[in-house]
Ligand binder design. Structure first.
Ligand code: FEO
Length: 171
């Protein structure tokens, strides 16, 4: 049976993951409206990844005999100043998520919940990748910012990104 405090914090993180999904879906819509289908696709895949991150926690609480409690999803931004601005917001958001995951890990250590420590290790690794991906694209966008031809060429690179549910192969 999962510890009550741990369960509450994981339920809050499920909400944060679904909020992240909503944020990236909003960014996907914005990129579509800016005629940048590659970045719109990248953000749509990101939306799917965030749902999978939340669902991995959803399944884990049930596996531990606990209760999932879904909370309302707060509103998200709908506009950004530029593609680089959207990826700057993405990087800042992922850094916040990393801090949240670290907070969950602190609790798991504090209460000696070894199963949850093991479970959260997947998210610790995932956040390293999440931050690195956002940072890499942000740097590329900062280089091409004032060159529309280069921006469209970069956009093309992201048209082929597809969603692979990494949470399933890890279970
Ligand atoms: Fe679920 Fe982007 O971290």
């Amino acid at each position: 049976m999962i510890n009550e405090r741990m369960q509450k914090e994981i339920n809050e993180q499920i909400n944060a993951e679904f909020w992240s999904a909503y944020l990236y879906l909003s960014m996907s819509a914005w990129f579509t409206q800016k005629n940048l289908p590659g970045f719109a696709n990248w953000m749509y895949v990101q939306y799917q990844e965030e749902i999978s991150h939340g669902m991995k926690m959803f399944r884990y609480i049930h596996e531990r005999g606990g209760e999932v409690t879904l909370k309302p999803i707060a509103k998200v931004e709908t506009k950004w100043k530029s593609p680089a601005d959207a990826f700057k917001a993405t990087l800042e958001h992922e850094r916040k998520v990393t801090a949240l995951i670290n907070g969950l890990m602190d609790t798991a250590h504090e209460i000696k919940d070894y199963a949850t420590i093991n479970f959260l290790n997947w998210y610790i690794d995932e956040q390293v990748e999440e931050e690195a991906n956002a940072e890499e694209i942000l740097h590329k966008l900062q280089v091409v910012e004032k060159d529309p031809a280069a921006l469209y060429a970069l956009d093309k690179e992201y048209e082929s990104r597809v969603f692979v549910d990494a949470t399933l192969s890890a279970e």
